[in-house]
Design a binder for this molecule. Structure first.
Ligand code: GLP
Length: 242
């Protein structure tokens, strides 16, 4: 695992956007796995700026989701589908058929999970998966104690994650769905390159446990230690526990 300490979130965004641009120059139709939350926003902004400046042609890039809430009404602005469309797909000018994600409103959620896991493999696998980290060490929505071999499946969120995400739902934890679909840890580990970005002091403990602690289901992000090509990009504050 490679750990890169950058001065601030903006520098982290620039660094990762440069890595994505370099991948896309090598492989025009790369499959880019994206994450939601506040942390990756500087990556998307830096990448969109490169596209506007003509520094990289992303017109054939394909984008896929990491996870999704279950049961939000179709088109809900905080569904991860709507979020990724707004933050990544539209700013990059990509057509909708170059974007894939799990169906959080499917009647048979388990079937939707299996279909998405298969679709990722069928699309040739994820070339670069961008990850954030939860304050409890989760990646995607793989909460502590998720199997390190897990595939895409339905999960129940912890109270801590629902509280962390309440800010996207008018600070009302009751509005945060209880269930989610997430790529499993085993699914995530199938990506060719994992890039985890963490910024701010609130992530320092989770980063230290993931990078320097034992590989353990209790800290899902520690599974990155098992991957042959994992990069952890942290600002000074998130690196403060290392
Ligand atoms: C959610 C997402 C994760 C993300 C995490 C941290 O739980 N499912 O993919 O890493 O939030 O979000 P933030 O970057 O806003 O702290």
């Amino acid at each position: 695992m490679e750990v890169v300490i950058v001065p601030d979130a903006r520098a982290g965004g620039e660094l990762i956007a440069a890595a994505i641009a370099s991948l896309v120059r090598r492989k025009r139709d790369a499959l880019l796995g994206v994450a939601t939350g506040s942390t990756p926003l500087p990556v998307y902004e830096a990448l969109a700026a490169k596209v506007r400046a003509g520094a990289v042609d992303v017109s054939r890039v394909r984008v896929c989701q990491l996870d999704e809430y279950v049961g939000l009404p179709a088109g809900h602005p905080e569904s991860y589908r709507a979020t990724v469309l707004r933050q990544v797909v539209e700013p990059l000018g990509l057509p909708a058929d170059q974007f894939m994600g799990p169906d959080g409103s499917a009647e048979d959620v388990q079937a939707a999970c299996e279909a998405y896991d298969k679709a990722l493999a069928g699309a040739g696998g994820v070339d670069l998966q961008l990850l954030g980290i939860g304050t409890d060490g989760h990646i995607g929505f793989n909460e502590p104690c998720s199997s390190l071999a897990s595939r895409t499946r339905i999960k129940t969120l912890t109270e801590q994650t629902r509280a962390d995400n309440a800010r996207f739902f008018g600070d009302d934890i009751e509005q945060v769905p209880q269930h989610v679909i997430t790529q499993g840890i085993g699914t995530i580990l199938n990506a060719r390159h994992l890039v985890l970005l963490a910024t701010g002091e609130g992530k320092a403990d989770a980063v230290a446990a993931a990078v320097e602690g034992p590989v353990a289901a209790l800290v899902p992000a520690s599974a990155l230690q098992l991957h042959p090509h994992a990069t952890v990009v942290v600002d000074e504050a998130a690196a403060s526990g290392l």
